[in-house]
Design a protein around this ligand. Structure first.
Ligand SMILES: [Fe+2]
Ligand SMILES: [Fe+2]
Length: 277
């Protein structure tokens, strides 16, 4: 079961990376499939919790540097085959059947996808249609590298907290934050691919999601969101001379963080019984 969950985690990320690499109609299909694999992952996690098994989000590193999309898709098919074999270990037969049927269809579709040349690793560090100064390019490179990881980390943390909570009030907030982090992850991953600097986010340390003190976690989280806002503001300023389009995008992301902060404050209040202002 644990192997099954880990392999599903890896397949989800690899499918997402394939989505970032694609520049054709394949893209949306790959994103949808990666969302489906993420849901499989959370259901398998739930099964492990119900079985009372301890687990973590550890996984292997995922090599994704390919020249053609088909190379990565072939690898994903191999992973899906392995998941299919591992499904025997799942006691929930309805879930195993659902996953098997999804996998069967996904394999069909991706093995027939039109091939694409991959430019997501060419290190060109240029944006199509936008010419950025060296300074803005460096700032954007650093931002994308850091924030892509950060958003993945947040997805894993909120997902873990949600998986272990039966508090409907908190779970609504956790789910919003997961969805929002997915949007940010997808946006930044796409930009990274366009700039030729795509990379799989590094593995998240257990200590980060196996949170002992949720109140402290939320307090720190609010500070981190404030820091993220600052980063967006700086970046928006750095690129504003070269591209008002990019500047507006980072202002938009910056403003979204306000809502995250407000939700986290609500969560904090809920946790501390309303005594926190
Ligand atoms: Fe964010
Ligand atoms: Fe945020």
């Amino acid at each position: 079961m644990k192997t099954l969950m880990i392999k599903t985690h890896e397949a989800w990320l690899e499918m997402l990376m394939a989505g970032f690499m694609s520049k054709t109609q394949n893209k949306q299909v790959l994103f949808d499939f990666s969302d489906i694999l993420f849901r499989h992952f959370t259901w398998l996690e739930n099964e492990l919790i119900e079985m009372g098994e301890s687990y973590s989000y550890d996984r292997d590193t995922i090599p994704i540097k390919v020249e053609k999309l088909s190379n990565l898709l072939q690898d994903i098919v191999l992973r899906l085959n392995e998941i299919d074999l591992q499904l025997l270990s799942s006691p929930d037969k309805a879930l195993a059947e659902r996953i098997a049927s999804d996998i069967y269809y996904m394999k069909e579709v991706i093995s027939k996808m039109k091939d694409e040349v991959v430019t997501a690793f060419n290190m060109a560090r240029t944006f199509p249609g936008i010419s950025l100064t060296q300074e803005a390019t460096d700032a954007l490179t650093l931002f994308l590298f850091e924030e892509t990881y950060k958003e993945y980390e947040l997805i894993m943390i909120y997902n873990y907290l949600k998986a272990h909570s039966s508090d409907a009030y908190m779970n609504r907030i956790f789910q919003i934050l997961i969805d929002e982090s997915f949007f940010h992850l997808k946006s930044f991953g796409d930009m990274g691919a366009k700039m030729g600097i795509l990379a799989v986010p590094r593995i998240v340390m257990k200590e980060l999601y196996q949170v002992e003190d949720v109140v402290q976690f939320l307090k720190d989280g609010i500070d981190e969101e404030l820091a993220a806002k600052e980063e967006c503001k700086k970046l928006s300023e750095a690129v504003s001379k070269d591209s008002s389009e990019l500047a507006k995008f980072f202002d938009f992301i910056n403003h979204q963080e306000n809502y995250h902060i407000s939700l986290m404050k609500d969560a904090l209040k809920h946790y501390t019984g309303g005594v926190n202002e």
